[in-house]
Ligand binder design. Structure first.
Ligand SMILES: [Zn+2]
Ligand SMILES: [Zn+2]
Length: 367
């Protein structure tokens, strides 16, 4: 049995991706087969292609996706054929020590499909983030499928599956941003702009977008930044203090993932403020030389945000609803829609900083 479909495969470190025939098995116990309708192009896909995540080539790329369940395996009762779902890469187990302590967003034993998708010669593919969704149909664990209102466009909904959720969650879940807060966001690409949108949604009154690229500062304003700072032209810490009565921001979200920007975040917050690191550093980066007395004396919290500390079942449907009510402009993250054959060019545009998100559209909404 199984299904023969087209998908985007990264064969070797740094090599351009190619469209290949992929064999997808029928769902086994606990699994779901999903017809992918749309999938965003994320930096993480590019990092897989570059061999920057691990060496488990060949990879089936793509992980920010929405689609329709075609079939489910034995024992699946959370989704059914015909359901419109957003795919997530943290299907919580409900049994590990984090889940048992009531903090399932930290789950240490998340689920993926047990069976492999393969190339025609039988070579198993490593799916990006346990999903693999630049493909016409994908096989995932049923817990990776979160039902949302099908009134939302798939190319918009899919983005909640990764970067946009990471940014919104960094603000509202990890950072705990609330009414009247001041928030600074360093790095105004997809994740940073989502953090700005999240801060606005939560009622922050001062939102400072910080970047070195004027185009990204325009995006930041569009998503709700009340102030912008070009880090090439101004001292970031001084500029944040100037925008917050001289004190610093209540919450500073670092969406770059570099030691120098993390250090700016550390000093740009108010006393007892919070730093949230959502940008992903590379292994060679070290925490900068900050006096331990400053860590103690400034108080507050230094946090990291995994996937926006989200619970897909709780957060995806809620954010889709807010979008449909016109209160969260998720559609603004979609810079362009492209076809499966255009992923390699989309990586170039992303690396040049020209797009927030290119989204591959595979199947029509009425599927
Ligand atoms: Zn768990
Ligand atoms: Zn991603």
């Amino acid at each position: 049995m199984g299904h023969e479909v087209r998908g985007i495969v990264a064969h070797a470190k740094g090599a351009p991706v190619t469209v290949e025939t992929v064999l997808v098995p029928d769902p086994g116990p606990g699994e779901a087969l999903v017809v992918v309708q749309a999938c965003g192009v994320c930096h993480t896909d590019f990092h897989y292609r570059q061999g920057a995540i691990n060496d488990d080539f060949p990879f089936l790329l793509g992980h920010e996706a929405a689609g329709v369940v075609e079939a489910v395996g034995e024992g699946v009762d959370t989704v059914a054929p015909g359901d419109f779902v957003v795919l997530n890469w943290r299907a919580v187990c409900g049994r590990c020590r984090a889940c048992r302590r009531g903090r399932p967003w930290y789950c240490f034993n998340t689920h993926n499909a047990a069976q492999s998708m393969t190339l025609p010669d039988g070579t198993a593919l490593s799916p990006a983030l346990g999903i693999g969704a630049f493909v016409e149909k994908t096989l995932v664990h049923s817990g990776q499928c979160t039902k949302v209102d099908p009134a939302v466009a798939p190319e918009v909904a899919g983005l909640l599956g990764c970067g946009v959720m990471a940014g919104i969650g960094a603000a509202i879940n990890t950072g705990g941003v609330t009414r009247g807060d001041s928030v600074a966001v360093i790095g105004c690409g997809g994740v940073g702009d989502a953090a700005i949108a999240g801060a606005r949604l939560a009622g922050a009154t001062t939102i400072i977008g910080i970047d070195v690229d004027p185009r990204k500062l325009e995006w930041a304003t569009d998503f709700g930044a009340t102030h912008t700072v070009n880090a090439r032209e101004s001292d970031v810490v001084e500029a944040v203090r100037a925008a917050t009565g001289g004190f610093g921001a209540d919450v500073v979200i670092e969406a770059v993932g570099r030691p120098e920007t993390w250090e700016q975040a550390f000093f740009a917050r108010d006393l007892a403020g919070t730093v949230v690191l959502v940008g992903v550093p590379s292994p060679d980066m070290m925490v900068p030389n900050i006096p331990l007395l400053e860590v103690f004396g400034r108080g507050g919290a230094l946090k990291s945000s995994w996937y926006g500390d989200c619970l897909p079942e709780r957060d995806f449907p809620m954010l889709v609803e807010l979008h449909l009510q016109g209160r969260l402009p998720l559609d603004k993250f979609v810079s362009e829609t492209i076809s499966l054959d255009d992923v390699e060019q989309a990586f170039d545009k992303m690396e040049r900083g020209e797009v927030l998100r290119s989204v591959v559209v595979l199947a029509k909404s009425e599927a």
